[in-house]
Design a protein around this ligand. Structure first.
Ligand SMILES: [Mn+2]
Length: 201
């Protein structure tokens, strides 16, 4: 195992503007779990608040978008901005654990998240949500959010709802499990790049 690269910055600031959305996002890993979220998708604010708390991520997001059309563009662009921030914050990935996994119950529901900060994007979600919407939030956007996050974060994200009845509980358990798995994966473990290739780009 070689020791290439500096220690990661563990923080990043992403600013991204398109014809559909404008996202300004600051992420700090190994933080305190403080969230400052300002964008017009209430259910995703709820999910990212608990994502920050359970991941011990400091997360500030100010974003606007064409939510009069659909929440889709803004949800997707927040996901990919969060992925870009994670990727930048991890830098060389030197000194991190790399893998993380967590089962998280929420009342009758059990969710599982497994991550590998491999440098290669992969996303699997096994879940059948009984409801098409939670509040005003279309549940099909859960997959869009996490896929954008994993692809632009260039990591493997495997999510599953093992069982459950309530859609709000299922989605909330997925966000909490993903946060806790990522918290483990970015935690300190030695001072090398955790790959036999010596690189996790
Ligand atoms: Mn809730």
């Amino acid at each position: 195992m070689t020791d290439q690269g500096q220690m990661p910055p563990f923080a990043a600031h992403i600013k991204r503007t398109t014809g559909e959305t404008a996202v300004d996002l600051q992420l700090r890993l190994r933080g305190t779990g403080e969230a400052n979220l300002d964008f017009p998708v209430p259910f995703l604010r709820h999910m990212l608040h608990l994502f920050a708390v359970h991941g011990r991520f400091d997360l500030t997001i100010q974003a606007t978008g064409d939510v009069d059309v659909d929440d889709h563009h803004l949800v997707e662009d927040i996901g990919l901005s969060l992925g870009q921030a994670l990727y930048q914050a991890l830098g060389s990935k030197r000194g991190i654990r790399r893998y993380g996994e967590r089962h998280t119950p929420m009342d009758e529901t059990l969710a599982r998240a497994v991550v590998d900060l491999s440098g290669r994007p992969a996303f699997v979600l096994q879940a059948a949500f009984p409801a098409q919407r939670v509040g005003s939030f279309p549940t099909e956007l859960v997959a869009e959010f996490f896929k954008s996050f994993a692809y632009d974060g260039r990591f493997a994200l495997h999510l599953a709802v093992l069982y459950g009845d309530n859609t709000h509980h299922m989605i909330e358990a997925l966000f909490k499990a993903a946060a806790a798995a990522l918290r483990e994966a970015v935690s300190a473990d030695g001072d090398a790049v955790p790959s036999t290739k010596g690189v996790l780009a």
